[in-house]
Design a protein around this ligand. Sequence first.
Ligand SMILES: [Zn+2]
Length: 239
Amino acid sequence: MNKHLSQLIEIANLDKEIDSFEPRIGEVKKELNLIEEEENSLNREIEDLESASRDLSLSIQKNENHLEDLSLKLEEIANKTKLIRTEKESRALSLEEELAKEQITFANEEITRLNTLIDSKKDSINALKEQIDSLQVKQKEVAQKVEVEVQEIKDEQNKIFAQKEELVGKMDQKIISFYEKIRKWAKNSSVVPVTRQACGGCFIRINDKIYSDIIRSDDIITCPHCGRILYFQEENTNP
Ligand SMILES: [Zn+2]
């Protein structure tokens, strides 16, 4: 086989191998990403609970303001009571007093109810914070493991890089740049074998003349249909 062609096949294989490392790194990091997502969603739950608590506190404040108004009102009624002249006035005032007292009872009950709700939100927040704490412990362990694994993969990747660099140094630079141009669009199918007399990239049939040139492997031949670099490979030897 033509030396340039066999180098191209080799370099294409190295590029394919280099590309195969990124998904492996992604796979290793997946566990870490899942933990981070879980932590984020717990934090969002806490934020929701805190915002609900703030709303409840505002409602309590409103009820407390109302209680102040009501106690002023009771004072007012007490002062008026001193000046009562008729039975009718007396009845009207005691009705007013009764109503104000009812409202005070209601506001106090409401404050108690709201405080209970706030307490239960606080409990939920604390439980979530505990979950986050243990998640962070786990996250640290996983991060350490992932770091080691990623480094291993990167070391392997660097070895292949070095092999590629070495090969590129030995190759004809015009051929390399020709290959890189094809690789821009054809990615890992820039150099493909011909199978059953069809291009391994676009799968269109190659005519007999070009096919016999490819079998002879004297030259670098590109697919007349798509432009990928083609080479002959004995069928069934490399399934
Ligand atoms: Zn083709």
